[in-house]
Design a protein around this ligand. Sequence first.
Ligand code: NAI
Length: 246
Amino acid sequence: MPDRKIAVVTGASRGIGRAIALRLAKDGAFVIVNYNGSREAAEAVRDEICKEGGEGAVMQCDVSDYAACEAWMKEIVSTYGRIDILVNNAGITKDGLLMGMSEEAFDQVITTNLKGTFNCIRFAARPMIRAKSGCIINMASVVGVAGNAGQANYAASKAGVIGLTKTAAKELASRGIRVNAIAPGFIETDMTSVLSEKVKEASAAQIPLGHFGKAEDVANLAAFLASDEASYITGQVIHCDGGMVM
Ligand code: NAI
């Protein structure tokens, strides 16, 4: 079993999850790079971790599947002994105006973003409670705080993640577990690459710092929250958004 902290990052084959996985590994954690469909991309992240002198593994799990999450967390504990850090990063968008939004688009986004976060916390908290220590970081969004036209499903899922974060923080604090959320603004990843140049320009104009953030900006914050330097911080929603929502 690795002599390092065991960190689990969901949806870590690309974007923000990939950056967090690389950063936590650089900081000394053994990182479990989770993916749902993109095995090769996840393996490339693990290879990059190992090339830099770190350690990690890839594990498949669809976070929206409750039973699969239970089996996955059990497998992690039986293979690696414990879970020190859980980063609930996996997320999707299915944008559209409220009046035209299908039931399927609403359900899929809630099931991945909100229920997926619940599923992982539900089963990772068990070994953390036993160990009387742990750190959970949930990826919310400024949209979950401020709302956004065209993202009723996504905004609701991220607002739900914020409520879940605060509740889990209250329930788990006495067991030595800290739970925080990160609310990114616009970050340059595949998720935002689909936006038109017009939308990107209009979005950048709403950001006091004047530009989109990078996945590494979010990873820096996740690394801080996961570290002992954040040992007195729990139940917080910390924005990483260039000042977009204050
Ligand atoms: P991305 O689309 O590049 O990456 C999301 C990852 O989650 C992908 O690897 C995908 O395969 C994985 N994933 C999706 N469904 C999954 C499932 N059921 N099980 C396991 N993995 C699954 O997106 P990005 O930009 O890296 O976003 C990461 C997180 O940050 C998401 O939760 C997103 O909502 C949040 N976020 C992103 C912002 C941005 O501007 N990029 C802004 C605010 C929040």
